[in-house]
Design a protein around this ligand. Sequence first.
Ligand code: PLP
Length: 421
Amino acid sequence: MKLGVLAVVALGIAAVAALALRPRDDGGGYDPYFRALNDLLKREGPARPVLILDLDRLDRNLDVVRRSIRPPKHFRVVAKSLPSIPLLRYVCERTGTKRVMSFHQPFLNQVAEQLADSDILLGKPLPVRSAAAFYAALRGNFDPSRQLQWLVDTPERLDEYLALAERLQQKMLINVEIDVGLHRGGVADTSTLDRLLAVIAAHPDRLELAGFMGYDPHVVKVPGWARRRASLIAEVRAAYRGYVEFARARYPQLWRDGMTLNGAGSPTYRLYEDDTLLNDLALGSALVKPTDFDIDTLEAHVPALFIATPVLKAGAATQLPGLDWLSRLLDWWNPNLARTFFVYGGYWMARPVAPAGLHTNPLFGRSSNQEMLNGSARVALGVDDYVFLRPTQSEAVMLQFGDILVVRGDAVVDHWAVLTQ
Ligand SMILES: Cc1ncc(COP(=O)(O)O)c(C=O)c1O
């Protein structure tokens, strides 16, 4: 008898706790922006998953960049994060830059061929055979001996590049990767830098020092409780200055005015507005602002890239196959399981953003064919409506949908091809 009472009390407490912990209903409709996009896509969209680039929003982001990166500093567009020739061309024209950062040999060849007057800096050191493949595939007027800076991180790699330059009877511009605190490789002491510069100085007919690259995203990624941002950026600048001063003092014959002193990226470029050393700041992702870039330094930027995918099936509460009792319990408990939608495709590196309150279902499982999304009874979404997602990053996601649908205002204005792998 006593046990029975205890059990009832325990059940009562569990029920009250479950009610108290019930997720709140976060469902909603489209806001006016996504409502207009949904209407547009239902009229003119491809009725399959598609990537939308909003040019008005891209322009706003480009304005922020233009206001922040002023002469004598130059803006360099990061090609891997915006992997489309028409998109890169648009960004270059609007910002008046020819400077591009490249990370992938097939993309490097496409940029060199189709944006033939660009000035390209590699963003990572490529294997020498990859460099050789670039020269073998090169077509058109692009002149690598003037327009391409290879990134070199070690004396061993420099020796390999020198051998390639000899074999090709080509001059190579060499940019030295320096470790300014990220610890992702690059030269980390002046004795290694000395070895590199000595090789360059000994082969003026084949190698030319073109500058330095020191990347620093850790400055905003290290949590504030662990390190102060101001002291991290001060360390980056001091390290950078140390390498530059060493090179100028020891190898004045290699030094030229206007050499490329590259640094920063989307997370940090705004921290260089008062800097007088670097003259070349690279960024790409912030121009379309995937969710990984929802950070305080990029508050002035707006998301400009979305995945849109049609709803194939719209149903009532979630039903987990073979687990009806669990489904009923969960549906009672969580108001955000009141409706079920199956969309065309899925499982992208992306988060649903419109209509509000859509969630993937970890119990049902993810699918890249037709993915289940759940929402509350307030999610007003029917078959053929579009669900909008924000990519978490741009580089891999942008290559998954074929041509990008380019919109401005409430119209589709173009289709832009993406680079091929
Ligand atoms: C060397 C270098 N510079 C700049 C960037 C910045 O690119 P994004 O602005 O797209 O983050 C990166 C990104 O990986 C990088 O590796």
